[in-house]
Every structure is written in C-alpha cells, then in structure tokens.
Design a protein around this ligand. Structure first.
Ligand SMILES: NC(=O)c1ccc[n+]([C@@H]2O[C@H](COP(=O)([O-])OP(=O)(O)OC[C@H]3O[C@@H](n4cnc5c(N)ncnc54)[C@H](OP(=O)(O)O)[C@@H]3O)[C@@H](O)[C@H]2O)c1
Length: 274
C-alpha cells in the first residue's frame, strides 16, 4: 500500500493516477470527505497525529507533500514520526529547486525526511507549468498579467513528469538516498511562457512588469501568512536574478524519455483558458 499525501493537489493527484495505472494499491490522504475512483481515501490532517497514524497504517511507502499555510516544518515532522512508528520503508518528499537555499523553508522541511532513518528520495522541481492556470481568469477577462520575475528563467516542469519520477522512487529502491533537481527540457522566462500560451490559444495576452513589493501586497491581500509571502518573494527574487536558470537530465535519465515541454502542457490544458 502506498500513501499519497496531497492527493487532491497538483502532483499528488497525478501520482495517484499513475500508481493506479501500474496496478499499485493506493491510499489517498485528504482533510476533506472526498472520493477518488479505485482508491482508498483516508481523512487525515498533518495537524492531527492520530489521523496520521490511521493514514500510515499498513503502508510501505509515502509520497509526502506539505504546503502549510505558514512555513513550518511541523507537518513534515508529524508525518515522519507516524511513518517510523508504522514501519514505513520509504518516503518520497516533494521539495523545490529552492531547497538548496540555506534557511529556506524547503530546505528545513526536507530535514525530517533525511533524518528519518527510512529510505528517502527528495524531489526538487523548478516552477510547475501548471502555475499558469492561476492566470486563466485574468486571461479570459483580458486583464494584463503582472510579470514579477522579469527576465529570470527556470526549467518549467510539467507536474506529470514530477509524478512519474515520484512513482519510480516510490516503487523501487533505486532512488533511495538521492535528491534530484527536476526540470523541464528548456529554460523559460515568464514572458516566454506567455508567448507560448498566446500561440496555443490564438489570442493576445498583455503583460506588464510588476514590482516585488506589489507581489507581496497581492499575496497578503489573498490572505497569505506574512512569513509565507516573504518566502515566496525570496524565491521570486532569486528566480528574477537567474539563480534557478539550470537544466538537469534527471527526468530523462529516470524516465528514459525527454521531459514534457511547455507547449505540450499548454495544448493539453487549453480548454482551461477559454
Ligand atoms: N507551484 C510551483 O511552481 C512549485 C514548484 C516547486 C515546489 N512546489 C511545492 O510543491 C508543494 C505543493 O504545492 P502546491 O501548490 O502544488 O499544492 P498542492 O499539492 O496542489 O495542494 C496542497 C495539498 O496539501 C493538502 N494539505 C494542505 N494542508 C494540509 C494539512 N494540514 N493536512 C493534510 N493535507 C493538507 C491539500 O489536501 P486537502 O485540501 O485535500 O486536504 C492539497 O492536496 C509545496 O511544498 C510547494 O512549495 C511548488
């Protein structure tokens, strides 16, 4: 049995799908009453240790996604403790490309998994292609998109590729003790992603440069915790400075095929922008 946390989220939902396609037994974790076809769903919360005990019971491997409302490592600690007690063998932890940044939440949140004494794999993806979904309402309404990362480029990755790597790490021992920076096939700025969307949708999308201060303000207005907004702003600043402009071969090496490019992602999701 493989436990997928964040099973209703961007990568977790893909991990569930791909594990099911392989015929694996899957338990999906959510705080909500939710049904996922072919899957045992466990209602559990990282803030509720008892519920985590139920989630990991009888499980051999865990896909660990934490995205706390504020940058704390308690959720990672709680899951890892429950996993150790239950005799889980391996944890595949979703982190981020910023995970090598000293003091960053992602680096701190990796630590409980690394220190667990269990088999572990750390995945550090670049920007998700699916982040562009956030702009769908604005694109539909013709509102200019704010470019907060200027000319900073990153190896934009399709969440389906992150999930595919996670599935390999969950179902074999080959990736134990490894951390992988995961990227798509090309470095892309925000403007380049928008240009691809324009081509795919056949529509003009206006952008304007937005200040980092305005970005932080917008996040706070959306109810984000100030510590989380600071963390996000620090990440965007590093991206804008070109610190994440790296491409790696891990996706191709692990999956035996090229990573999915942004044009393919955009074509596969064009309906969401219409
Ligand atoms: N977006 C990017 O470009 C990017 C890049 C690199 C790394 N990342 C990292 O990827 C991770 C996932 O981010 P995301 O935005 O894609 O989120 P997501 O996986 O789409 O959604 C978060 C998931 O966490 C679950 N969850 C939230 N609070 C929980 C709690 N207290 N207990 C149990 N489950 C809880 C939610 O499930 P329910 O609501 O069903 O309970 C949901 O499925 C984050 O750590 C993020 O920093 C993102």
């Amino acid at each position: 049995m493989i436990l997928v946390t964040g099973a209703t989220g961007t990568t977790g939902s893909e991990v569930v799908k791909q594990l099911l396609d392989m015929g694996e037994k899957v338990r999906a974790m959510s705080r909500r009453d939710t049904a996922i076809h072919g899957v045992e769903v466990v209602k559990a919360d990282f803030d509720d240790p008892e519920s985590l005990g139920r989630a990991v019971d009888g499980v051999t491997a865990v896909y660990l996604v934490t995205a706390p409302a504020k940058p704390i490592v308690d959720h990672d600690v709680a899951l890892v403790e429950a996993a150790k007690t239950a005799g889980v063998q391996r944890i595949v932890k979703l982190s981020a490309i910023s995970g090598d940044e000293p003091g960053s939440w992602h680096l701190r949140s990796e630590q409980p998994t690394r220190d667990s004494g269990l088999g572990w794999t750390i995945l550090r993806p670049g920007t998700f292609a699916s982040n562009m979904m956030r702009y769908a309402p604005m694109i539909k309404a013709g509102i200019p998109l704010q470019n907060w990362t200027k000319g900073g480029a990153v190896g934009v990755i399709d969440p389906r590729d992150i999930a595919a790597v996670a599935v390999r790490a969950l179902t074999t021992d080959e990736h134990s003790g490894r951390e992988y920076v995961l990227t798509g096939p090309e470095l892309m700025t925000f403007t380049q992603q928008v240009a691809v969307l324009e081509l795919v949708l056949g529509t003009r999308i206006a952008t304007e440069e937005g200040s980092i201060d305005a970005a932080r303000e917008a996040m706070l207005n959306h109810g984000m915790h100030p510590d989380s907004a600071d963390e996000a702003v620090a990440g965007m600043t590093r991206l804008a400075e070109g610190k994440y402009a790296v491409l790696t071969e891990h996706v191709a090496q692990i999956l035996g095929r090229a990573p999915i490019d942004f044009t393919t992602w955009a074509n596969d999701h064009r309906a969401a922008f219409r």
